[in-house]
Design a binder for this molecule. Structure first.
Ligand code: GCO
Ligand code: MG
Length: 402
């Protein structure tokens, strides 16, 4: 079997997605997600100009070799653009391999290690009462784990709090909008939110919170300690993670479990974090970390160090990425949790898929391959529309992580 064509499809059914579709001479096709929120066209061009020509004529069965060819062969390694492109190719090749074998991809990865993939949803509100109502809604829907984000008094807009509760979309404008941040207001308010949630929902519902890289290590340590009575499953992205050693300080001061990694592109972004057991969950996912092949490598390395997976699953990762993540989640021994932000009806229609939610679990499709596709005709009805993530400033105007 040979690869005869590969199409890069950009579509915007409510938000932008970049998808690679690989076509073989025997008519078997595979899909891979290449979406990089706010920088979509860089990956589209990288694939179209520099990767697709290298794929033509290759044997689609040689997944590892193709991965090494694109990674080592470029000479310029890593980075979000490169690794999203490599991910798309790798994902599509796993899809093809599954179809050729007549097996769902999780079977090729070693088979089922659990009955379903536990997911968490996003409860958020401007006020604590609104937050409580949203947590109740997710519990009613069957979720076993809920991420809790609250508005902060004195701040006009807070990360994670949105008007549309089910379909949160932060890339909200053709040029970046600006929000204002105060660490003091946030740290004063947040423990009280979790006190109320625990009071209302009892001790066993799994609770999570995303700091979105906004604190320093010592501030994060203080937050982690103040949240200890509320037994979070994880505190996410407490600090920007380029400086991995920075997490040592957090670890020395709190037993609140730490999760990070949604912006990581390779195992090399997390080696200190994992080796020194500075985190409890590594949050990178298929499209961000070079596909199933490399993500498996990260999770295996994590497993040796008591670190579990917690893959990113925001709406800016397409149903193709989610489907691929579910196969890996089902197979690995050290699965932790999977984020699940629902896609809109328009998006689901462009990406027909067989995974489904039941009882707080996601279940991948049992059909051969990944069990997801792109409807190219439907995709063509939604042309690319520029959209950027916001930027964030302190009250005095200093740029701060968003
Ligand atoms: C999460 C993430 C997202 C990111 C988004 C950026 O934990 O779900 O932090 O909401 O902000 O993926 O594009
Ligand atoms: Mg996050």
């Amino acid at each position: 079997m040979r690869i005869v064509d590969a199409r890069v499809i950009v579509t915007c059914p409510g938000r932008n997605f970049v998808t690679l579709k690989i076509i073989t001479d025997e008519g078997v096709t595979g899909v891979g997600d290449a979406t990089l929120n706010g920088r979509e066209l860089a990956v589209e061009a990288y694939l179209r100009e520099h990767v697709v020509p290298l794929l033509i004529g290759r044997d689609p069965a040689r997944i590892e070799d193709t991965w090494q060819y694109l990674y080592q062969g470029a000479y310029w390694r890593r980075g979000p653009v490169t690794m999203s492109a490599v991910a798309a190719v790798d994902t599509a090749l796993w899809d093809i391999k599954g179809k050729v074998a007549g097996l769902p991809v999780y079977q090729l990865l070693g088979g089922r290690s659990r009955e379903g993939v536990t997911v968490y949803g996003h409860a958020n509100g401007e006020t604590v009462d609104e937050v409580l109502a949203e947590v109740a809604r997710f519990v009613d829907l069957g979720y076993r784990a809920v991420r809790v984000q609250s508005g902060v008094p004195g701040l006009a807009k807070t990360y994670g709090v949105s008007a549309d509760k089910m379909f949160y979309e932060p890339a909200d404008a053709a040029l970046p909008t600006e929000t204002v941040w105060s660490t003091a207001r946030y740290l004063a308010h947040t423990p009280g939110v979790f006190a109320r949630v625990r009071e209302e929902f009892g001790p066993t519902l799994r609770l999570l919170h995303d700091v979105h890289h906004r604190l320093t290590p010592i501030e994060a340590a203080r937050l982690g300690r103040s949240l200890e009575p509320y037994a979070l499953t994880w505190l996410e992205d407490p600090v920007p993670a380029e400086f991995q050693e920075g997490f040592r300080l957090i670890r020395q001061h709190t037993t609140t479990p730490i999760a990070t990694g949604e912006v990581f592109n390779s195992v090399w972004d997390a080696t200190t974090l994992i080796r020194e057991q500075l985190i409890d969950y590594v949050r990178t996912t298929v499209v961000r970390a070079g596909g199933i092949t490399h993500l498996r490598r990260i999770f295996d390395y994590a497993a040796l160090h008591h670190v579990r997976s917690g893959s990113h699953g925001a709406t800016d990762l397409s149903p193709v990425c989610l489907a691929a993540a579910l196969h890996l989640d089902l197979a690995i021994p050290n699965f932790g949790l999977q984020e699940y932000m629902r896609h809109t009806e328009e998006t689901d229609a462009v990406f027909p898929h067989g995974y489904h939610f039941a009882d707080g679990y996601l279940h991948p499709a049992e059909t051969p391959g990944l069990g997801v596709d792109i409807d190219e005709e439907a995709a063509a009805r939604y042309p690319y529309s520029p959209a950027y993530l916001p930027v964030n400033r302190l009250e005095d105007g200093t740029l701060h992580p968003w």
